[in-house]
Design a protein around this ligand. Sequence first.
Ligand code: NAP
Length: 253
Amino acid sequence: MPHRMLLLGGTTEATELARALAKDRRIELIVSLAGRTLRPVLATGQLRTGGFGGADGLARYLTDKAIALVIDATHPFAAVMPFNAAAACLRVGVPLLKICRPAWVPTEGDRWTSVSDLHEAAASLVASDARRVLLTTGRQELEPFRGLRGITFFVRSIEPPNLRGFEAATAVLARGPFDLNAERALLSGHEIDVLVSKNSGGAATAAKLEAARELGIEVVMVQRPAMPEVPLVDNVADAQRWISARLMDRSAK
Ligand code: NAP
């Protein structure tokens, strides 16, 4: 009998891990997405969509579906789900692993201002003399920027953002990965003077930082939210090793 595994997704790591496990006969994989993206990149495995109803709902789901392992591969900025997963898994005694890619760190030539959240990012734009800002924080993260005056925003997102309330804003619809040439062209073409980014880490969206460094553009970098203290790896290969070890533990029992 294969072991049923729940993979909390929404990231490239989740898609990669699902692909890597597709032919693993020891595992029956269920991939869970929040359902925010209308046309998500589909992973292999059974797909379920939508919230569980908090930690209680997830605990019930784990028990009902006889889940043997949970991998939390949600985004580094998913601030709620990791705590729900930690609480639910602890309560029902299911092993949990979190995959979280390393954060980006500034290198020579970078002009970063680190802020702790999006409100601080918006305040930092007001305090600086930013005029033309590329926002890459996602279409669901626009509230703190909506009322700002005197700034033209370029809002990059996968799906069309709601730009109501912005004095001047243009949508830039695109899905990563993004390459350096395209990022250079975007930043210089729109004469961007400040880039706002969450410190998501990873290769798929890192080119904007390299382009900003080359062009001397300031970056307002939003730091990550807190994470629960659970077993953690920063890449898919280590997650596979952890899964194999847990499956061997189970088989030995
Ligand atoms: P969040 O604040 O941690 O989660 C909010 C609620 O959404 C959770 O309480 C849960 O609802 C539901 N949820 C989140 N991830 C889920 C999943 N994989 N499967 C089922 N339900 C899920 O997360 P978020 O920031 O809204 O992000 C939502 C999803 O988008 C996550 O899967 C994340 O990996 C992905 N994502 C987020 C970002 C970002 O910057 N935040 C960027 C790229 C991708 P219930 O409490 O009802 O279970």
